[in-house]
Structure formats: C-alpha cells, structure tokens
Ligand binder design. Structure first.
Ligand code: GAR
Length: 215
C-alpha cells in the first residue's frame, strides 16, 4: 500500500459531499486523508462538519481580494502549503482562473449536478425539468479551464418524474453524488486515474466521454 494521499476539499455550502468523503476516509475506504477544508463562505455548514471531525479549516473569502487572479493565488498558496495531492471541489461555487487550473492540472476533481456535457453552469435541475428530460444525473470530472468542460470520470443517472420539483430532483441527484464521488476519490488515491490529452484515464485506458459506466 502506498502512502496516504493528502486531500484538500473546497466547499461553499452544506458539505454533504465533504461529509461522504470524510466518512469514507475515516472508514479506511480511501487511501487518503483530508488535510484541509477551504471555504469561500465563512458560514458554510461544511466548515462545521470539518471542525467536528477535527480537520483544519480555512476561509478564503472573495471580499479580501481585489481580483480573481489574487484570489486564486491565495488559494494556490494554501493548497501548496498543505501539500495536497488531490484537490476536490465539493460544491465550490466559484469559477477558477485558467492559471490556477493549469497549475493543478490532473489533480483537480469536481462534481457537477448534470449529465455533462448537458447543463453546464447553474440551475441544472430546473433546466432538466423545463426541457422535460426523462433522466438527469450527476458527473464527476477532471477540472480544465473550460467551465464544467473537463473529461468525465463517472456519471450516475436518475429518473425525472412528471411532477418533480427542482428540490426533489436535487435530492435524488445528491444521493447519487454521495455514492460516486468517494469512489472516484478512492480511485484517484489508488493511482488508478489520470488525465491526458483532455481525456480521463482509468487503469491505463482512456474512458469514453460519458466516463466509467455506472447506473
Ligand atoms: C452538490 O449538489 C454539487 O453537485 C453542486 O453543489 C452541491 C453541493 O452540495 N455543485 C455544483 O453545482 C458545481 N457547479 P454539498 O455542499 O452538500 O456537497
């Protein structure tokens, strides 16, 4: 077994994905340890979750920086300081600069609540409902400079029912993300995942555009 990987998790909100990752790490399911949780929002509930688990927390607030570049430079310093092998965006609602993304290329993972490439950006659940999509879902992908455009590692699908509200659909999608994100981070920490030529590689094979099949 190789040394445990250092995982840094970036959040903005409730931290349910963070919780799933903390639980998987403490149960020994991931060969890694969460060395820092960084939030751009001082009141993110995820910070409470991290503190309860005695994980170091940091707030890097937009208000303290005058440009995106300065903000991302501060974020980079922190990530380097904690010696992160893997940077996990878990509901981090902030667009990162290309410079930041390049610097940590191949180590940055994100979870996005849609079946990418559908519905990049915000309000994904309502958009799926408005378009009368029969199914919706979640994607875990490597981060590249293109917003929500990096190669998909795993997707999980859920049905959309006729009278679903965005909240109901979000809840159904969230159940799936809590299942697939820890699995992807486990793979990453086991050295089974990489990114090359804007494609995701799993066990030395390029993954298809929809990622590893998971239904
Ligand atoms: C998750 O549903 C995640 O997919 C979404 O934010 C939520 C965070 O929930 N991410 C995005 O929309 C990124 N574009 P959490 O704070 O409970 O993990």
């Amino acid at each position: 077994m190789t040394a445990k990987k250092n995982i840094c998790v970036l959040i903005s909100g409730s931290g349910s994905n963070l919780q799933a990752l903390m639980d998987a790490c403490s149960a020994g399911k991931i060969n890694g340890q969460i060395v820092a949780v960084i939030s751009n929002k001082p009141n993110a509930y995820g910070l409470e979750r991290a503190r309860k688990a005695a994980i170091a927390t940091h707030i890097v607030s937009y208000d303290d920086y005058s440009s995106r570049a300065e903000y991302d430079a501060a974020l980079s310093r922190l990530i380097i300081q904690v010696n992160a092998d893997c940077i996990v965006l878990a509901g981090f609602m902030r667009i990162l600069t290309p410079g930041f993304v390049d610097r940590f290329s191949g180590k940055l993972l994100n979870v996005h609540p849609s079946l990418l490439p559908k519905y990049k950006g915000l309000n994904t659940h309502q958009r799926a409902i408005d378009n009368k999509d029969p199914e919706h879902g979640v994607s875990v992908h490597f981060v590249t400079a293109e917003l929500d455009g990096g190669p998909v590692i795993v997707q999980s699908r859920v049905p959309v029912f006729e009278y679903d509200t965005a909240e109901e659909l979000a809840e159904r999608v969230n159940e799936q993300e809590l299942r697939i994100y820890p699995l992807v981070v486990k793979w990453f920490c086991d050295g089974r995942l990489a990114m090359k030529d804007n494609k995701a590689i799993f066990d030395d094979e390029f993954l298809p555009e929809t990622g590893y099949a998971s239904d």
